[in-house]
Ligand binder design. Structure first.
Ligand code: ADP
Length: 553
């Protein structure tokens, strides 16, 4: 017998309002620090739903957002889906032609936009691509000068509306959210999240096998709310009845440090570069991080050096997580199993630097080149396939891409992994980033982690550059730390790699750059470097005679 109601977001909001009415939602906005309670929050969610109703948003319509992390964006997270609409978060860091493609493909009816992003959106505006958009709502109490038409400010939009809303009974398969993968190659691909996908992702990430969220927690998602629902944290934090802290537009390390200190943040989350930035800031500045217990790091591999430093210097536990837009997004977390806490520190960090254990509710398999399933021995590597209630089985209106990336309900992740006997997944590389030298594979991720652990390195990425004899050879692109001596650093880095890895893994060249190019989701954008160095000039004549595996080691 099915339950009387489907798996939807509605009860999470209801519970927070009724059982934790006084817990706070704090956000850093362009107007300063804003704070209110779940009771006030829920009233405004009701007002927003009424306003969207008034604007003609109907069941199944998409409501776009073009915003950073703040309370108004959080209001859309419950209002749009719970009234039967679909919250479509648009990444404002995407190039204009991607924004146009996404808005046209999703056919958004309304777009809510941050004041600081109005100009960017107006720049991307194209009459044809934006034909479905009837209104723009600016997230504040005034409308800045803009070439956009039909613009209203958010406070006037919701101001006169009733705070109560008669939330409908929605089916579990009602589309509730949508996000596009950032499209490192080709056009972005749309992923729709149904009510039950968001519900099951929330329920799976709440307990200890997920993020372990409690009502006593103070949760600050630094991961943008425009990217895969900020890893679902606005939903899970609400379900837990915990306090929310939203860091607002482009938060600097200083902003993050002061929010942690002033609001007593216990758990925060974001991509590795954010935490590298915070560590660098903390070297020069004092901040009290004593409230902080956990940093969830995901999106790219968490360097072991970052895990170690947070543990040793700040007594903060890094919870390494892996996921994908297609997975709502969390798939694994690297939580230690009972008994592992007493391992020597380096062994613990090694485990934590893996992407971890699948969270309950999902299934996985590792598939070799020939389609065979590989053993969990920590050695054999192949492509990771996953399936489960919060993993999509298709891309929106993209049958060929769906055909390519899905197989009998399994998502083919494109991530090359090993799994050890204990079930810990380790991402060796993204299939397209693996460097193929002399018929063997070199993991760019492992090299990057090793390089970034060196004191003289602020950031580093490793790319395979074409090579006539060896097919590809690794080149390291390094942003030196301020204190580094570039001359000796090059040799030191190559020697270090040789001592830690097979010798033929050593980069043929180390190029110093000012900044590693980043994608719209803050990951290293190797495509830019690859395009820039797509000939052999960098590595010509440099590869060692034994740049193949069997010649040494
Ligand atoms: P996009 O790269 O399009 O922005 P996603 O955010 O969905 O899309 O990225 C998913 C990919 O990011 C994964 O397939 C994986 O390659 C990488 N990734 C995510 N988390 C981790 C992690 N903890 N370690 C290594 N890679 C990760």
């Amino acid at each position: 017998m099915p339950g009387a109601t489907a798996q939807t977001l509605r009860p999470f909001l209801w519970r927070a309002r009724r059982m934790f009415p006084d817990r706070e939602v704090v956000s850093r906005t362009h107007e300063g620090i804003h704070r209110y309670t779940y009771a006030e929050y829920a009233d405004r969610v009701g007002q927003l739903a009424n306003a969207l109703d008034g604007a003609g948003v109907e069941r199944g319509d998409r409501v776009g957002t073009f915003c950073w992390n703040h309370h108004r964006h959080y209001e859309t997270y419950f209002a749009a889906p719970s009234m039967g609409g679909q919250l479509h978060t648009i990444n404002p860091l995407l190039p204009d032609h991607h924004v146009q493609y996404i808005v046209e493909n999703a056919a958004d009816r309304i777009i809510l936009v941050d004041p600081s992003l109005v100009e960017k959106l107006a720049g991307a505006y194209d009459e044809e691509a934006f034909a479905s958009v009837e209104q723009f709502v600016v997230m504040g109490s005034e409308v800045p000068d803009t070439s956009l038409e039909n613009v209203v400010d958010y406070e006037s939009f919701i101001g006169d509306e009733d705070a109560t809303y008669d939330w409908p009974d929605l089916p579990g398969d009602q589309p509730a959210g949508m996000c596009y993968t950032s499209g490192t190659t080709g056009k972005p691909k749309g992923v729709e999240y149904t009510q039950e996908m968001l519900w099951s992702h929330t329920m799976a990430t709440l307990p200890e096998a997920g993020l372990d969220l409690r009502s006593s927690d103070v949760v600050m998602p630094v991961v943008p709310m425009f990217h895969v629902n900020a890893w679902g944290m606005p939903f899970s934090t609400t379900a837990a009845g915990a306090k929310h802290v939203y860091p607002g537009p482009s938060p600097s390390p200083a902003d993050l440090a002061s929010l942690i200190e002033e609001e007593g943040v216990t758990l925060t989350a974001g991509v590795p570069t954010v935490w590298l930035g915070l560590l660098e800031y903390l070297e020069e500045n004092d901040a009290d991080l004593s409230s902080l217990e956990t940093i969830v790091i995901g999106g790219s591999a968490a360097p072991k050096s970052v895990i170690r430093r947070f543990d040793e210097e700040y007594d903060v536990d890094v919870l390494h997580a892996w996921g994908m837009t297609e997975m709502s997004p969390i798939g694994t977390v690297a939580r230690l199993k009972p008994g592992m806490e007493s391992l020597p520190a380096e062994e613990r960090y090694d485990k934590q630097a893996k992407q971890g254990l699948l969270i309950p509710g999902l299934e996985m398999r590792v598939v070799g080149d020939g389609g065979e399933e590989l053993p969990w021995d920590g050695e054999a590597f192949g492509e990771l396939h996953v399936r489960g209630p919060w993993v999509t089985t298709e891309y929106f209106e993209r049958p060929e891409a769906t055909e390519e990336d899905f197989e009998d309900g399994w998502l083919k992740t494109g991530d090359v992994v090993t799994v050890d006997e204990e079930g810990y997944v380790k991402i060796v590389d993204r299939a397209k980033d693996v460097i193929k030298s002399g018929g063997e594979w070199i993991s760019s991720v492992e090299l990057e982690n090793a390089l970034m652990a060196h004191d003289g390195v602020a950031e580093a990425t490793v790319v395979g550059v074409p090579h006539q004899r060896w097919q590809e050879r690794p080149v390291a692109f390094v942003v030196p730390a301020a204190s580094a001596d570039e001359e000796s650093l090059k040799t030191e880095l190559v020697e270090m790699v040789k001592s830690e890895f097979p010798k033929w893994w050593a980069p043929d060249e180390v190029v110093f750059i000012e900044e590693v190019p980043k994608t719209a989701t803050g990951k290293f954008d190797k495509k830019v470097l690859r395009n820039q160095y797509d000939d052999e000039s960098l590595v010509e004549g440099k590869a060692p005679e034994d740049a193949a595996p069997d010649a040494n080691d």
